[in-house]
Every structure is written in C-alpha cells, then in structure tokens.
Design a protein around this ligand. Sequence first.
Ligand code: 9G3
Length: 574
Amino acid sequence: MKMSKLFVQTLREFPSDAEVVSHKMLARAGYIRKLTSGVYNYLPLMWRVLKKVENIVREEMDRAGAQELLMPFVQPKELWEQSGRWEVYGRELMRLKDRHNREMCLGPTHEEIITSIARDGLKSYKQLPVNLYQIQSKFRDEVRPRFGLLRGREFIMKDAYSFDTDEAGLDKEYQNMAQAYKRIFERCGLDTKMVQSDSGAIGGSVSHEFMVITDTDAGENDVFYCEDCDYSANSNHAISTLVEAVTDGGYEKAEIVDTPNTKTIEELCEFLKIPSTVILKSLVYIVDKKPVIALIRADKEVEETKLMNAVGGIDIRIATAPEIEELMIEKGFNAAKGFIGPKGMDGIRIIADNTVKDMKNFVVGINEADKHLVGANLGKDVIVEEYADIRLVQAGELCPQCGKPLKVTRGIEVGNIFKLGTKYSKPMNAVYLDKNGKTQPFVMGCYGIGISRTAAAAVEAHHDEFGIKWPLAIAPYHVVIVPVNIQDEKQMEVAQSLYEKLLANGVEAVLDDRDERAGVKFKDADLIGFPYRITVGKTISEGLVEYKVRESGVQEKVTPEVAAQHVIDAVKAL
Ligand code: 9G3
C-alpha cells in the first residue's frame, strides 16, 4: 500500500474528549472517528486490526470445535418474554418498533436467539455437545459511554454458546473455552489474567473474566491477586482473610453520649478516641428502587455488586442525601446521614457484613443528631437478622487460599465466560431427549470476547509517548518503508525494490511515498505504530538502510537484504 493512497488522517493533537490513552491515540492516528456518542467508524487502519483479531479468534474457536454462524442484530420481543428478561432490563436495552408496531430490540447479547436456534435444531442427546458462535456488532445503550472503543454503545463481540447434556459436559467445554481464550489473547500479544468474577444478573454459578492488566485508569475493574499462589479475582467477587484488629470497644456498659458535629467516621474516631474498627457504619442503598441498610465495620467499604447479589436485585446505587433524609423523616427521626443507625428502621431490609459478627461493645448511630450509642452489642442494642459477605477487599488483607497479603491492580475485561446451566433452556423449553427417552433442558455455557475492546486494550498495554506499538500479529501493516527524499532516484529505486520483495514474501508493507519531510514521516510511522520501519536515506550510498523495531526502539544500519529478511522472518514466525 502506498502511504499517499492510504485513507488515514492523523491529527496534530489528541481529541479533547478522549480520557484514556487508547482513545486518544486511535483517534489521533486516524483509526477511528466518532459518529455519535459511543458509536465509532472503524476506518481502514482500524478495520485491518479488527479483522486480524477476529481471525485469531476464529482460528482458535474453530480449533476448539466451535462452529461459526451469524444471528440477526435485531431481535423480537417474544423471545425475551419467554426468557423473562424483557421486563428485567432497563433503558440499556435499545427497544424499537417496526412498521407493524411489533416491538423489537437491538441485540445486546444473544442468549435468547441462540437458545431458540438450539430448541429447533437439537432434539437428541446424540447431537450434543454443540458450541455455536458468532462475531457481530452489539448495541447496549450505556448511560455514559466513554473511553472510546473500551466502553462504546455499539461494539463488536464474539459470543459463543455451548449446549451439553449435563454439568459434567459443561465443565469440560468451559475448560476448553478457557484454554482457547488463553491462546487467543497470547496470540494477540496480550498478557491476561483469568479471574473469578461475579456472575451477576445472568445467574449461573461460575464465571471468569479475562483481564488485560493495565495500571492506567482505563482499567475499569480492580483485580486482587496473590503473588504466592494462583488466587486472583475481580473486586466484585474477591474475598480475603482480615488481619487481626481491635473489635471490642471496651466500654463497660451501653450508654448514649453526645457526639456533636461528628459527621464522618474520622471525626467520630477523633472525638471518641477510638479506632474505626469498633464503629458500626450504616449505609443506605437503593436496590431495585427500594432502600436497604448495609452495616459494616467502619474501616471497610461495601462492595455494591456483592450487596446487590445478597439482596437478589439487579440494580443498585447509594442513596442520595435527600433520600436518606426522607427515610429518616418517614421513620420519625430527624438526623443527618452521619448519625444513621439500624435501630427503629422497621420494615427496611438490613444486611450486615460478616465482619460485624465479631464486634463487641461498639459505637453505632441511633438516628439522633449529635449523639451515638457506645458499648452497643449485637442481639441487644442492634438486632441483625441477615449476614452476608458484602465487603470490598482491600490490598494488604490476606489471600483466602494461602494467607499472604493480597495485591491489587487494574484490569480491562476483554473476555468473560459463564456457566449458565438451564437459566435459558428451562424457561424457553429448549429440551432434548436423553438416552432414557426423557426430555431434559440443555445445560448451557456462554463465552464472550470484546473484539473492538481487545484492540483498544492492546493499545493500552502497548504504547509510548510517540504513539502505538502494535503487537505484530494484530498490526494493521507489518512494516513501513520510508524513502527520506522521494526526488532522489537511488533512494526511490531501493525503496521500491524493498517494497516489492516484502510483498512477494507475504509481508504487509506500506511505502511512504509522500512528498513530506522525513521528520513528518517518522512521527506518523511512530504514531500509527507500524512494528517495523526501514528508512532509505543518505547511507544508501554505502549500501545501508536504517532498520527500526518500534516495540524495543532498537535501530541499526544494515543492508536492504538483511533488513528485509528480519521482517520476513518475524512475519513467518507468527
Ligand atoms: C441486556 C443488556 C445488557 C447486557 C445483557 C443483556 C450484559 C446481558 C451479560 C451477557 C453475558 C454473556 C454472551 C457473551 C458473553 C457475555 N449486558 N449481559 O445479558 F439486555 Cl441491555 O451478555 N452473553
């Protein structure tokens, strides 16, 4: 490809609305152009990268025995009514009506569709197991799309669905998919961690995420991991053993004390001269539109997804100050949220974190302004009927497997796999005849990879201040040949013959034939991120060209033959 022909417009600056490095660089280097909020055009360079990621996914999915198909991107309401999810999802599900006023939605995922395909196509245990997958655009009407391709509203996903006769079959396919995922991300040049994650609203018992570990704020999830064993888990699922702490307030008896202006835990600790580990913190959340009071030791935080799952809801947020005031007034109290407590909150669901069990003679709010109860005890001053693990793990707490201190990093979820069981096959009556002639629901799994997110995550993991450093396997082109002076016959002759030789050897080469200063060509080459660059300049008079490796920055003067052979060998080794 000649650079003068390539449809790419690099920008002088990063776009102002780009917050993370992958969004900044892909926009500036002319890979993507925003069409509307959360929706991007994949321009020629981006499309080449996406096709490479897709083809690696295809090769490994096919090798794993899955079969590719393509489902429609619009979906009829009826199937979502059969699964019971039409009412469950909120505005994230983009709904529309056709000309006959029939309700439909844009596909955010395809469990219902694939289950209807299996229901029609699979009748006997002899036909199982089957794993069907597709690669296509999804639409999820995120309230705040951001970070470019990392969290768009329209994105490209590979979604696969497996059908087995029983749990044992599902376990086998789940492991098979996990191995395929490891190969896929390795081939894409990504270092991923497979972490236990929350199976969330879709039910299912087990799920794992494949996280690209990146310390930039693009990593939307915290990942806790142990360096001494293989434990690692997403923050919404991670557990830990707490280190020893003082959990007995040491008060002789329960009594109400004045604690003026102690609105925060810190102020209360200061005022009462006590550690936060002997204060019982009360927090109000709104779960599926209803208030819930969460109790936790004041030195810990509530992990919202864990709380939501403990309550069995699908939507959760912290209550606003007005909502808390409203709740207080409704219960006949007049105190600000710093003084809230469980006492007298009849009819409101109260869930306490497991760590609350060990607290004795502790301090707790009693819904009275500027007062707290000290020396409180469970079963007497505070009645808790429901305990659960709703605690957010903190780095330094101990690994639940081996007891060493846990570390935390940030990650980008590029893949996730779920054991669905019969969550869809039962309600949709998708059954097969088992060997005893009995009808049984399929036992399912589902397996997703964010194709466009994987490409963006590769930029997060591979870049420097000058631009993108694509792993060779997913680079839009393998090498750019830069003649420094296109008026110089000798330079152009060598550049052209290098270009032809590389193309003849299956290398995807770009020849930068633009009438531009060398500096501009070098800047563009580094920004776009070609893995190799061969510069043909003055030293060609000594029979030498400059060979540069983008990832390592290594540059050396070699003959054109040697430079070409390096690139040919690297591409052949893919
Ligand atoms: C929806 C909307 C958003 C959603 C879902 C449904 C996430 C939904 C979970 C999954 C699970 C797996 C197959 C590929 C891998 C992931 N967001 N999920 O079900 F209606 Cl609006 O998609 N699906």
